[in-house]
Ligand binder design. Structure first.
Ligand SMILES: [Zn+2]
Length: 210
């Protein structure tokens, strides 16, 4: 059988990841299977599987596809193609999240930030004063604000936003003045007098009157 699980995986790997031409793949398959595989046969399979040329399919997905085809040899090629696309998208997302996590970890190690610092959300600001310059004007930058300082943005200095920095009012993120200016009481909907529903509607609901 030309499209055995291992040959399908070979086709996907060569077409998607290695960017081989249909002729090259046909030649390779001919050598493996001992029969002549034409370029057209490869192009037909690529189109039935819906493979995208040059779009790398992770090895873990290829392994899963091979397992699936061994268990379901009669699976429709279009379904297998859809499965490849969905699994690849999921795997790419997993790898992206992992890579971001690793980059943050590397940066934290380089700056000497511990997990406890990260938990407090203060690590970078405490340990990296060189990266985050002190403000020169009367107002602090965001990384200089303590919890009890007003975080109302009041302008821009040295390419960064600067903040009010006065002591906050109780229960607010802002000082008394900014709290009054920024915080708005949620509006209550205006009260409407009750209006009795129109007669026709009432008659429909109460069969006693009719
Ligand atoms: Zn303020």
């Amino acid at each position: 059988m030309l499209w055995s699980p291992s040959n399908v995986v070979l086709l996907i790997r060569r077409w998607c990841t290695d960017r081989a031409s249909a002729t090259e793949i046909a030649f390779g398959l001919s050598l493996i299977s001992g029969t002549i595989v034409t370029r057209n046969a490869v192009i037909g399979a690529v189109s039935r599987f819906g493979l995208v040329y040059g779009e790398t399919v992770p090895e873990i997905v290829l392994g899963a596809v091979e397992e699936f085809l061994k268990k379901n040899p009669r699976a429709r090629q279009a379904d297998v193609g859809r499965m490849i696309q969905e699994m690849t998208a999921r795997q790419v997302e997993v790898e992206r999240v992992e890579a971001k996590k690793k980059a943050v970890e590397r940066r934290n190690v380089a700056l000497g930030i511990t997990d406890a610092d990260v938990g407090r959300g203060q690590g970078l600001y405490d340990r990296a004063p060189d990266l985050l310059p002190p403000s020169t004007g009367a107002h602090p930058y965001i990384w200089e604000l303590a919890r009890t300082q007003c975080r109302c943005c009041v302008g821009r200095e040295g390419g960064h936003n600067v903040f009010c920095g006065k002591e906050t009012a109780t229960g607010s993120s802002y000082c008394k003045e900014h709290h009054e200016r920024i915080w708005m009481k949620p509006r209550q909907p205006p009260e409407r007098p009750y209006r009795r529903p129109r007669g026709r509607f009432v008659r429909c609901l109460s069969p006693v009157e009719t």
